[in-house]
Design a protein around this ligand. Structure first.
Ligand code: ARG
Length: 402
């Protein structure tokens, strides 16, 4: 392989692929491998992963619960932006990668490792997200991406390799698609889903029931916001990760947050993905409701113009970039008055706002009312409209009427 490496920190999941990677790295580099498994809320018991990594040849294992940091420093900033990619995707996988990479680089520094490794294929976005982060956070680290080099390109080749090297092969049948799950979402792509016309099987879904199977009675919830961040559900204050967990339960039970899309990967291809983001979908709706009372019109327009660029930066792996940081500062500034409460009705896949309130609200019932008031003079509107019509009149007089 290209060059010598003496110690590698591997982003390890405990699955077959990354178990094979440990063995493969040892063969290729004859060096020490440290396995790092990030708990970003994938909902699995991770302690068994420790044994597995050690048994497969890792010299040391790090299992770190990053859920609170994930929610507070990655998901919440992204939610302040109301970010979605290509009108749909709430970026659940994209936003977890920079956190995992950051932690991996931190462990590498602590352990004196000179290499980092991930198990992403050479066709997806995740390799870009990990590696842009690695290179930004430690420009000298050596990056190893086995999928781009080895010849174990089919599942059976991988299984054979595992069997020859005594790596336990999972007894359960492999799922017919690739899954990525965390506190915010679950994504499904590849395999049977590669046909964009194929209807996903109902038993694929893990975080939500189908809308038609949700309760016949609606659930009403209230979410409180402070400075653009959700802080409480139904009056109960919760940590960021707890709050998301709670909203995932509410949303999942009511069939909220499923999408099935074809998106454009950064590497150039189109790809079909199915996602469940129950809590995240609720938070998008609730946040906009509280913003509608507390954010000035022009600030809102300016922030909204940033959404496509901001989302693209996250999707393409540019979390640690000057442009994302610049946009984040502006977005955060736009949130300084976003304090208030949204009330939502969850019902068979829909999440509808039924009320919003804020102690310091820009909405003024006295001004908005159809009744007489003295904050707004209706006859002012006449001149306002006439002046706004001026350029329209000149235009049509010059170039002809429509
Ligand atoms: N297409 C989504 C994205 O690029 C999901 C990727 C899922 N990754 C995975 N390794 N299964 O963010």
């Amino acid at each position: 392989m290209d060059g010598k490496v003496k110690k590698i920190v591997l982003a390890y999941s405990g699955g077959l692929d990354t178990s094979v990677i440990i063995q493969w790295l040892k063969e290729q580099y004859d060096c020490e491998i440290i396995a790092f498994c990030a708990d970003v809320g994938q909902g699995e018991e991770l302690e068994p992963v420790r044994e597995k990594a050690l048994a497969t040849g890792a010299s040391k294992v790090y299992i770190e619960d990053l859920q609170e940091e994930f929610a507070k420093d990655f998901l919440f900033p992204m939610l302040r932006a109301n970010a979605y990619y290509e009108n749909n995707y709430l970026l659940g996988t994209a936003i977890a990668r920079p956190l995992i990479a950051k932690e991996q680089i931190r462990i590498a520094l602590k352990e004196g490792a000179d290499g980092v490794c991930h198990g992403c294929t050479g066709k997806g976005n995740d390799q870009i997200r990990f590696e842009l982060a690695y290179q930004t956070l430690n420009p000298h680290i050596k990056i190893i991406a086995p999928w781009r080099h080895w010849d174990l390109t089919s599942r059976s080749a991988l299984m054979d390799y595992a069997k020859t090297h005594g790596i336990p092969v999972p007894v359960t049948k492999a799922k017919p698609y690739s899954i990525d799950r965390n506190l915010f979402h679950i994504s499904f792509e590849g395999g049977v889903l590669e046909d964009p016309w194929y209807t996903p099987d109902e038993d694929m879904f893990q975080l939500s029931v189908a809308p038609e199977n949700a309760p016949d009675k609606p659930t009403t919830i209230e979410i409180d916001y402070e400075a653009g961040d959700p802080v409480a559900v139904n009056g109960e204050r919760m940590s960021p990760a707890r709050l998301l967990t709670r909203l995932n339960e509410f949303g999942g039970r009511n069939g909220i947050g499923r999408i099935d899309i074809v998106e454009n990967r950064f590497v150039g291809m189109k790809s079909r993905g199915v996602y469940e983001t129950p809590g995240g979908t609720i938070l998008h709706v609730a946040h906009k409701a509280v913003e509608s009372l507390t954010v000035d019109r022009e600030i809102m327009y300016l922030r909204d113009t940033m959404i496509p660029d901001y989302a693209k930066a996250i999707y393409n792996g540019f979390w640690y970039s000057p442009e994302r940081e610049l946009m984040q500062k502006t977005i955060d500034e736009s949130q300084k008055n976003v304090y208030g409460t949204a009330r939502l009705k969850l019902y068979k896949g829909s999440c509808i706002v039924t009320g919003r309130k804020a102690v310091k609200s820009l909405y003024d019932e006295k001004i908005a009312t159809f009744e007489e008031d003295d904050g707004y003079r209706q006859d002012d509107a006449e001149g306002f409209i006439r002046l706004n019509a001026l350029r329209l009149k000149i235009y049509s007089a010059t170039y002809g009427k429509k």
